[in-house]
Design a protein around this ligand. Structure first.
Ligand code: GAP
Length: 522
């Protein structure tokens, strides 16, 4: 099945099973804003909880905070967001569609990469085992031609971005003969800068003095609380402060479902360290993030680390690595790890007049300096989407009576992320089974999120649980409860069916809790 179709199915599955709904659905939705349903909120909370525990519980030198969304507007001036948090916009006059000029050029770069990769794939097929990819890439005429064009474009693009040269961005689009995907024409407007922050007003007067912004990142709430946190925790360097919270960006080209949205959550850590040790910590956090993503069950082959070229780095960053995930629509950034140097603390120190320093040593040996910062910043929505994409599967498990494939749709979540850990399914709705099944449900619900379902055939109920990714279905049957009248003793056992293998084991009820606990550990 084409990846596009897989993605469409996943999006409709999310709506159908209560993971993600378009926001304001009954009013035809609101562009690039989504709501989480009863399944989605559990999945999202489980991801956030695992992240928080990995940071705050497992690192004695990391604490968490929860700062406000509204902040003093000067913060965004100091951080550079008022002047530089812009996207270059271009419109096509014929389709009236608006694009990010940089994205149009990035897509063009990707086209050159595709051409090169196609040549390599063709040659690999032709030469079989004897194929030497490195040699082919460095000697094949067509590959070298595409590569030279790509490199020249990349260099020109990076320079235009660096110089903030909007005319040059437009000229690149014209020279590369990039057309609007809707109208197919090259009838482009000038390129303009567009600030991504949402503005509103505090108080009753709507004027510039009262402008406040919806924060576009949670990080600034951590930087501006640096002094408060360091003083009250009395932490020595290196130490980190993390938070999970909403961020807002007026994205010009949102899309790909919850990948790029206007209201989203970030899980950000600002790890403060001594200047000179920053690159070491940068490596530490790169490795940590990679392991964390594997820990939530993402497949390594769907992950890649992309180091930013020097000319691509943000103005505040010394080194940046993006963790990219292979979504059905292509590779996309999931987690950015950046060495933000002392940029933010210095900016806030200069703007507010408050010293943002760390004091090391005692008495006359004491030195003070502005710490450096390593920032791993992960989007909740993108994590949810990556987990859903990796988990979604359609398996042919047999044939129906007419000879058609019997397809099982299943979400293979890591059990710890699954919205429900188990489902209690009495074999019959009758009180004799429903009563004890409900008792078991009440007991296990004290420990885990558990579903209860007594309607439909057991096969249908298994499928419903597969579709929402419940790792264990627990069937209460007549052997479980016995029959006193007939002198048949209860065996106090249940059948546990595994979502992934579909295997069933008989197990004493008394062992269920520890069995599930052992399976839902990360
Ligand atoms: N404090 C650094 C920062 O905000 P970023 O690369 O702009 O860096 C960090 O954002 C992460 O936030 C991204 O890797 C992505 O996971 C998530 N993110 C950013 N913009 C987003 C959007 N419009 N929709 C969903 N997630 C987004």
């Amino acid at each position: 099945m084409a990846q596009e179709d897989v993605f469409k199915k996943l999006v409709s599955h999310c709506k159908e099973y209560g993971f993600v709904f378009p926001s304001s659905d009954i009013y035809d939705g609101l562009g690039a804003v989504y709501d989480y349903g009863q399944m989605g909120v559990e999945l999202k909370n489980n991801i956030k909880q695992y992240w928080w525990q990995s940071m705050v519980l497992l690192h004695e030198n990391i604490v968490g905070i929860d700062s406000a969304i509204f902040m003093h507007p000067t913060i965004w001036k100091a951080s550079g967001h008022v002047d530089a948090f812009n996207d270059p916009l271009i419109d096509n006059r014929d389709s009236k569609k608006r694009y990010r000029a940089d994205v149009l050029i990035e897509d063009q770069l990707a086209k050159y990469d595709d051409k090169i990769n196609k040549e390599v794939a063709k040659a690999a097929k032709r030469f079989g085992e004897a194929f030497d990819e490195a040699q082919f890439r460095s000697t094949n005429g067509r590959v070298l031609e595409h590569q030279a064009k790509r490199d020249a474009l990349h260099e020109r693009f990076a320079k235009a971005l660096n110089d903030n040269n909007l005319d040059e961005l437009r000229q690149i689009i014209l020279d590369e003969e990039i057309v609007c995907p809707i109208s197919g024409t090259k009838n482009w407007t000038e390129v303009r800068q567009f600030n991504l922050m949402f503005k509103t007003f505090q108080g009753v007067t709507e004027d510039a003095k009262n402008t406040v912004y919806l924060r576009p990142e949670t990080a600034q709430g951590i930087f501006t609380n640096f002094v408060n946190t360091q003083r009250t925790t009395r932490r020595k360097l290196p130490f980190g402060v993390c938070q999970i919270g909403k961020s807002f960006r007026n994205e010009i080209t949102p899309g790909n479902f919850i990948f790029r949205v206007r209201e989203f959550e970030q899980m950000e850590l600002e790890f403060f360290c001594k200047p000179g040790t920053d690159l070491e910590w940068f490596q530490y956090w790169r490795t940590f993030c990679h392991n964390w993503l594997l820990g939530i069950g993402l497949k390594d082959e769907n992950l890649r680390l992309r180091d930013h070229d020097p000319e691509e780095l943000c103005f505040y960053s010394k080194a940046t690595t993006d963790f990219e995930f292979l979504f059905p629509f292509g590779w996309g950034e999931l987690w950015g790890v950046a060495d933000r140097t002392d940029y933010d603390l210095t900016q806030h120190q200069n703007t507010s007049g408050v010293k943002m320093v760390y004091r090391e040593g005692e008495g006359k040996d004491m030195v003070e300096y502005v710490p450096y910062v390593i920032e791993p910043s992960l989007g909740v929505e993108r994590s949810v989407l990556a987990v859903l994409c990796d988990a979604y599967d359609e398996e042919v498990v047999g044939q129906d009576k007419k000879g058609n494939d019997d397809v099982r749709v299943v979400l293979h979540f890591h059990p710890a992320l699954a919205p429900f850990k188990a489902a209690i399914l009495p074999l019959s709705k009758k009180d004799v089974l429903a009563g004890p099944a409900m008792e078991l449900y009440n007991e296990l619900s004290k420990e885990f999120m558990v579903d209860y379902d007594e309607t439909g055939s057991i096969g249908k109920r298994y499928r419903r649980e597969d579709e929402i990714g419940t790792p264990f279905c627990i069937t209460v049957d007549f052997d479980t409860v016995g029959d006193e009248a007939k002198g048949i003793a209860a065996d106090n056992c249940v059948t546990v069916r595994d979502r992934d293998t579909m295997e069933q084991v008989r197990m004493p009820i008394s062992e269920l809790k520890s069995y599930i606990e052992s399976k839902i550990e990360f």
